[in-house]
Design a protein around this ligand. Structure first.
Ligand code: F6P
Length: 526
């Protein structure tokens, strides 16, 4: 079936997307409305035959059976022997979910209640600044969510320290009052070097300011013993099980900073949104199923058309960290060259994901998207309503820009149109030369997800939508989306290089380039 996708790509090679709209029901045929959102993928080359192949691929990969196995708690993370049940964290009013014969829901809901009690206590107290120390999945979700839901903030300020670069924590703490600052150490394993280093620096900062650390630290971790050894008592540890992957963890304890910022009720609304998307994913037919459709469009562009990357372009400034969040979610999940069964992947691994909010990106990299030689499928996100009642004209401009970009990408500008633009300013060969620079090839695909307003529930729907999209793409590619062995080697080598860059060990066994870098560093690091 992969070959069929390639054959479709050849078949449509000379076709223009805009011509497909001669069939005036195309927009309705290649779009789906669900859960108050419209997903429009009509500005792509997908037609009935491409869709048939994509659906056949999904069926042949047993997407539905794999999905049911995931929700049931089967150990679908086969390389780590774990269930994949982040969906249990938002199963607010669902039934029992069993892992190895035991219902996990009482513990999940009990932890949520404990989190809420602490969050409300902090929100009602004297703490003015909360610093979440974590990295990867223990940072990207909460930081993205806290920024996204700024209009709902009515708690203390939330900061995020992730990088082991001391600049990160130093810049953050500079603005904090030690008497009124608390730290959340967010680490599933409680061993991650960046997080532990920053956590120790936070401890030292309090000590240096003469402030007791008692009651100032909370741990979000599966490693209760590790948190205890660090000095955080069990009652201030919020645990989660190994069936919650780091990059899928913002729905549980890792979301505590978000809960502190927006309150328990709004956080539960976020969970409800995620749960609504779960139910849609489980129940909707494949051709009307939002996560499945996003995945199929992705597979078509990446595998069929051979486009190496995709841009995520939220026309919603508060989603400024969504591209970074999705980079981890998609690339750590599906950036793998080995299939579930250990064989080499027969197809490309998942695409490079990148992006920035519009309209800012328009004034930066859209040049390449419009006129560069590489085609980048674009995924636009936009809200029908902003939150700024008195700034409706801003929102209208924002939306006009979003819609204009997908139109421009599809239509482009012909040489004749470009000539007409410069006629009168130039003539002869110069007119021709100038006109050619103003041609837009067009025929560039994009999708648009439009939703009512970026409230907590909608954010939950969007994040769960992308999580399930990654899952479906992974199943179709034959990848285990839930391990991340590719991050191990760099960590091991960094550990070995630690004594070398501190001058306590020799670099003699390293390659010439690494030796040269170490030597320059040691000479210049006084
Ligand atoms: O970079 C690898 C990784 O394991 C991510 O998957 C994870 O989100 C991150 O490190 C942080 O891990 P932890 O929460 O255990 O500190």
């Amino acid at each position: 079936m992969w070959i069929d996708l390639k054959n479709h790509a050849t078949r449509i090679a000379d076709r223009r997307i805009e011509d497909l709209f001669a069939n005036d029901s195309r927009a309705q045929t290649y779009s789906t409305t669900a859960l108050g959102m419209l997903f429009d993928y009509s500005k792509t080359q997908i037609d009935a035959e491409v869709m048939d192949t994509l659906i056949a691929l999904a069926k042949a990969s047993e997407v539905e059976a794999r999905r049911d196995a995931m929700f049931r708690g089967d150990k679908i993370n086969e390389t780590e022997g774990r269930a994949v049940l982040h969906t249990a964290l938002r199963n607010l009013d669902g039934g029992a979910i069993e892992v190895e014969g035991a219902d996990v829901m009482p513990e999940v809901l009990g932890t949520l209640d404990r989190m809420e009690a602490l969050a409300e206590e902090i929100r009602a107290g004297d703490i003015t600044d909360v610093v979440n120390i974590g990295i990867g999945g223990s940072d990207l979700g909460p930081v993205m969510g806290v920024l996204a839901l700024a209009p709902y903030h009515d708690g203390p300020r939330c900061h995020f320290v992730s990088n082991v670069d001391g600049a990160d924590i130093a810049d953050t703490l500079r603005g904090c009052d030690p008497e009124k600052t608390m730290f959340i150490v967010a680490s599933k394993t409680f061993t991650t070097i960046e997080t532990m280093t920053n956590a120790r620096t936070a401890k030292a900062w309090l000590a240096d300011k003469g402030v007791s650390e008692e009651g100032r630290f909370v741990a979000l971790s599966s490693n209760v013993d590790g948190a205890g050894a660090f000095g955080i008592p069990a009652e201030r540890v919020f645990g989660f099980e190994d069936w919650v992957g780091g990059r899928y963890s913002m729905w549980g304890p890792i979301g505590l900073s978000m809960m502190i910022a927006i309150g328990g009720a709004a956080f539960r609304a976020f969970l409800r949104g995620g749960q609504a998307m779960d139910r849609h994913f489980q129940a909707a037919e494949l051709h009307e199923n939002l996560p499945v459709l996003l995945a199929l469009v992705g597979i078509w562009h990446n595998q069929g058309m051979g486009y190496a990357s995709r841009a995520v372009l939220p026309y919603d400034n508060r989603l400024m960290r969504l591209p970074a969040y999705l980079q981890q979610l998609e690339m750590e999940s599906n950036g793998k060259g080995v299939a579930m069964d250990g064989s080499d992947l027969a197809v490309q691994s998942g695409p490079i994901v990148w992006g920035e909010p519009g309209t800012n990106g328009q004034h930066a990299f859209y040049q390449l998207i419009h006129q560069g030689t590489a085609v980048v499928p674009c995924e636009f996100l936009v809200a029908a309503q902003g939150h700024e009642e008195d700034l409706k004209h801003h929102h209208q401009l924002l939306v006009a820009n979003c819609f204009a970009q997908s139109e421009a990408l599809m239509r482009g500008r012909t040489l004749d149109e470009a000539r007409a633009k410069v006629a009168g300013k130039f003539e002869g060969d110069e007119l021709e030369r100038q006109a050619r620079h103003r041609v837009f090839p067009g025929n560039r695909p994009s999708t648009t997800l439009i939703y009512d307003q970026l409230d907590p529930e909608t954010l939950g729907k969007i994040i769960a939508l992308y999580e399930h999209r990654v899952f479906v793409e992974g199943v179709i590619l034959g990848i285990n989306s839930y391990d991340q062995w590719g991050v191990e080697l760099g960590k091991e080598l960094a550990t070995a290089l630690g004594p070398v860059v501190s001058g306590d060990a020799s670099a003699a066994d390293k390659d010439g380039s690494t030796q040269q870098l170490v030597s320059f560093f040691l000479r210049h690091n006084a």
